[in-house]
Design a protein around this ligand. Structure first.
Ligand code: SF4
Length: 425
């Protein structure tokens, strides 16, 4: 995976996620990557904060500072708002840029309590949420079981408006991503979801083709008919253009596809065209010259570091200038009106537990699989871009392994530690 496009190990150390911090969820989706016993664990704010600290300290030690990390598990909004906020603060303390993963079925007051202190002062200048809304989900208050994605558009709008209100009332900036599980049943609605998310101003649109991982009772054989290309083609149909995903790569392309770009009025313009050799030369310059990580750098400092990097290598400046000219041409006159909206398209394809468990077992024993499917699985696990910290095991494991191998036993242990009903004294 050490291709010229690879970001991992050069500009990123991989996405990071929490586990075993609040395994329960109040929805019943199909599919669901949570294990069948996840709802036997009580949601407990003190446990969450302590465990988040343990995991983030391990990430900080192993992967350094300045990385995205997801506050994820079951449903994050089941946490009391105060504990939710404390967990986010803890993640920042360890150099993580946190993102809360939620179904979004909470009210404005909950969001406000996270972002704003009781005295009215801002606790965070920026909150980042990934909101999962799709028709595979069951249990939303407004619509318990949507028959189509279209029926959920009002909910997508409600969530967006809730975050806009937070900005208007308290000046808290928001970064909002939209997640959608894709199955053969909602595949042909992906394009419509892309269009609506664009209208509503979601900054990221992420698709997860359904995999047979987590709770087996929620699997459907039909998932096997889905291909990554089919899902991506529908996303492209919604964006109205090709979404080049080979110019920049995060881990293994069989796991992740990503396109960074900008909506200029009604046209989506990717930052890099992977079919244009001049763009790929510019990509090489960016990866070779730009400072390692600008995630937490204030805009002026970031600009100064970029300028310094280029000035130290004047021979690269024509490549960068010609890329900037091409990009401006692709944006066209639309850019003049200032209607520009950076948006990222992502697809993350989890693997089936039936492949992950044996492939991981072989990897643990240092054995390279001979079965082609298991070998592919091993390759993907070894290039994993989404890890979960296990300080006790002294390792970071792929999220696929977490859900396929560890979750069930971990939840059984947590269920004993955090039973749903406290025993009487
Ligand atoms: S190995 Fe699994 S968790 Fe890691 S990037 Fe690939 S699909 Fe994602």
């Amino acid at each position: 995976m050490q291709t010229p496009a690879q970001l991992l190990g050069r500009k990123l150390t991989g996405c990071q996620g929490t586990h075993g911090v609040f395994p329960a969820c109040n929805f019943g989706c199909q599919p669901c990557y949570l294990s069948a016993n996840s709802n036997r664990v009580r949601v407990d704010g003190a446990h969450t904060v302590a465990e988040v600290e343990r995991q983030m300290a391990f990430f900080r030690e192993r992967r350094g500072p300045a990385q995205y990390a997801q506050l994820i598990g079951g449903e994050v909004s089941l946490l009391p708002a105060e504990a939710h906020a404390e967990a986010l603060e803890m993640m920042r303390r360890y150099g993580r840029m946190p993102m809360s993963f939620s179904h979004g079925d909470f009210d404005y007051e909950y969001l406000e309590e996270i972002a704003v202190r009781p005295d009215g002062s801002r606790r965070f200048d920026l909150v980042s949420f990934a909101i999962h809304i799709d028709s595979t989900m069951r249990g939303r208050r407004g619509i318990r079981h949507a028959g189509s994605e279209r029926e959920l558009h009002p909910e997508r709008r409600r969530v967006r408006e809730m975050f806009d209100r937070l900005t208007a009332e308290h000046g808290v900036r928001t970064h909002l991503a939209h997640n959608m599980t894709v199955t053969p049943d909602n595949l042909d609605e992906v394009a419509d979801v892309v269009r609506v998310c664009r209208e509503l101003g979601y900054r990221m649109c992420s698709f997860q083709p359904a995999a047979m991982v987590g709770d087996q009772r929620r699997w459907d054989e039909g998932y096997r008919t889905l291909t990554d290309d089919a899902v991506w083609a529908e996303a492209e149909r919604g964006a109205g253009t090709r979404l080049p995903y080979k110019a920049l790569q995060v881990g293994d392309l069989r796991c992740n596809r990503v396109t960074y770009g900008v909506w200029a009025a009604d046209r989506y313009v990717p930052l890099l065209d992977d079919a244009d050799p001049r763009d790929l030369r510019a990509r090489d310059v960016f990866l070779a010259r730009l400072p390692g990580n600008l995630l937490f750098a204030p805009p002026l400092i970031a600009a100064a570091r970029v300028a310094r990097a280029l000035l130290l290598h004047p021979a690269d400046i024509p490549t960068v200038v010609s890329w900037a000219q091409r990009f401006a041409r692709r944006l066209g006159v639309r850019a003049v009106g200032g209607d520009l909206h950076p948006t990222t398209y992502v697809m993350h394809s989890f693997m089936d537990a039936a492949d992950v468990a044996p492939a991981w077992d072989l990897l643990q024993r240092g054995v390279r699989a001979t079965d082609p499917k298991l070998l592919t699985t091993q390759e993907r696990l070894q290039a994993c871009a989404y890890g979960m910290a296990h300080p006790d095991r002294d390792e970071i494991v792929p999220a696929c392994v977490q859900h396929s191998v560890f979750d069930e036993a971990e939840n059984a242990r947590l269920g004993a530690l955090l039973p749903l009903y406290r025993p009487r004294d």
